[in-house]
Design a protein around this ligand. Structure first.
Ligand code: AHR
Length: 507
């Protein structure tokens, strides 16, 4: 059997791959905020205003484009006024979704916006529809973004911040079909219109309002939200009270009650997981198709603001804290998602992996005792893909790749995508075969290739992962397995590996 080919027309760039497809999510959940991002000013861990500087530095390496906060389910029980003003005076609350722990509100609005400034990331603030009021949401955006002496701007100043912040993204509740209020689609759609109306543009701050969208394959939910927006593509004006809607999709190898171990999995679970990761392609296609019926010009955005793997928690950790390890399997779940994101860049405007530190498919894990910071295999996929940020998508046709049936779907064992900035192109290649190495021909057309450089991420086993004792068990290195071929290049792809090839383009 001949080697599979990836055919790329280097001279036919498509939609821009927004850097916001590489966005993040930080919830008041387990050790994501407390211990992850925020250790308090008295910590021995180097910090600025209580924010861990090692975490900031690591995320800056990724060019983190945005950060969603404060939830998740937590968003719909969060009352922002409890998190401003002197810390010692802030009221406490029960975090009923996540471990039933008492939240002291020491990380609130000012701390979050400070974190975004340190990261150089756009804030994506998620408002409370489930248990909050229209007035509360309206006041929050005024507090955040208004410059004059309005009541909320004055309150912000009294709390120590003179200048308003820029807040480009605002969520109108979260999972309204579940933890965000257990609503029916039509009832929420009306509320989304109402709440979004009062999320005003103050001064020159322009808010992109994101309605709480569907879970997985609930196309009826997307349909109801699109219907609620009415005729969105008829004129050049605003699309409606909200400009986008979200989608949530998590990958697990088991089922909700027993999701599977992060590190101890069988061959069958490996392929089932990757097959479920591939399902994102179908979900993006079908939700987009529903949206196209109302909005063929694609002016309403789709925002996958929660995605990633969800495993059983690590043994001995709090079940409500969702702390899990992260292996080469997670890395390839991420790379498969990114390939699909790139293909859907004309409708998918943002995506946020859940969650950045210490929760679910994290970039970073911190040791609760020593504070040691570890970069996960998923972190490295984000880093290797940085060249796709704001680049133009190039179709990458995979021809002749082996497939297998897993979880009732056809799973190709090779995933690929590509983009170009004009003078360069970046090709991403994932070998999903747990055991077999492969050679892949890059059939490069339309432009000459003047040079190339490749990197590889793999591990000794499919379950390889990083720990404080072995922080670089899975880390990218230069890849020598690329050579010229009559059609372009041939790339050696070891089993369970992720490779990026950066091309320097000639005429
Ligand atoms: O990311 C963890 C939780 O998953 C979020 O709080 C919620 O929105 C989703 O169900």
């Amino acid at each position: 059997m001949s080697d599979p080919r990836v055919v790329i027309d280097l001279d036919l760039p498509g939609a821009t791959i927004s850097r916001h497809l590489y966005g993040h999510f930080a919830e008041h959940l387990g050790r994501c905020i407390y211990g992850g991002f925020f250790v308090g000013e008295d910590s021995e861990i180097p910090n600025e205003g209580g924010i861990r500087l090692d975490v900031v530095d690591a995320l800056r390496e990724l060019g983190i484009p945005n950060l969603r906060w404060p939830g998740g389910c937590f968003a719909d029980e969060y009352h922002w006024r409890d998190g401003v003003g002197p810390r010692a005076e802030r009221p406490r609350m029960v975090n009923s979704h996540w471990g039933d722990v008492v939240e002291d509100n020491s990380f609130g609005t000012h701390e979050f916006l400070h974190l975004c400034e340190l990261l150089g990331a756009d804030p994506y603030v998620n408002g409370n529809v489930g248990s909050g009021t229209v007035r509360e949401m309206s006041d929050w955006i005024e507090y955040l973004t208004r410059a004059d002496d309005s009541p909320m701007a004055a309150l912000r100043r009294a709390n120590g911040r003179d200048e308003p912040w820029r807040v480009p993204f605002f969520g109108i509740g979260n999972e309204a079909w579940g933890c965000g209020g257990n609503m029916r689609a039509e009832a929420y759609a009306d509320l989304a219109r109402q709440y979004a109306t009062y999320v005003r543009d103050h001064g020159d701050n322009r808010v992109y309002r994101i309605a709480a969208g569907a879970n997985v394959d609930d196309y009826a939910w997307t349909d109801a939200l699109m219907r609620a927006l009415g005729c969105v593509s008829c004129g050049d004006g605003d699309v409606g009270p909200f400009q986008a809607m979200s989608l949530h999709y998590y990958t697990m190898s088991g089922e909700w009650q027993a999701k599977g171990s992060a590190t101890d999995f069988t061959s069958e679970e490996w392929y089932r997981t990757l097959s479920r990761a591939f399902r994102i392609e179908e979900l993006l296609t079908r939700h987009s198709t529903v949206m196209d019926r109302y909005d063929p010009a694609r002016r309403v955005g789709l925002v996958l603001d929660e995605w990633g793997t969800w495993w059983d928690v690590e043994p001995g950790t709090n079940p409500g804290f969702l702390y899990q390890q992260n292996t080469m399997r997670d890395a390839l779940v991420a790379s498969v998602h990114f390939d699909a994101f790139h293909r859907h860049a004309d409708r998918l405007v943002m995506a946020n992996i859940a969650q950045t530190v210490n929760v679910l498919q994290a970039m970073l894990l911190t040791d609760p005792d020593t504070g040691a910071l570890v970069k996960t295999p998923t972190f490295h996929v984000f880093a290797m893909n940085r060249g796709h940020h704001d680049a133009r998508h190039l179709d990458a046709h995979v021809v002749g790749a082996e497939t297998m049936t897993a979880d009732g779907r056809e799973l190709p064992l090779l995933s690929a995508s590509a983009s170009t900035t004009g003078n360069t192109a970046l090709v991403s290649l994932s070998n999903l075969d747990e055991a077999a190495d492969r050679s892949v021909v890059l059939d490069l057309r339309g432009r000459a290739v003047a040079g190339f450089e490749a990197r590889i991420l793999t591990g000794a086993t499919t379950a390889a992962h990083n720990t404080p004792d072995a922080p670089d068990a899975v880390a990218p290195v230069a890849h020598a397995g690329v050579r010229a071929h009559e059609r372009g290049l041939v790339v050696e792809l070891p089993a369970h590996a992720y490779v990026t090839v950066e091309l320097t383009l000639g005429a």
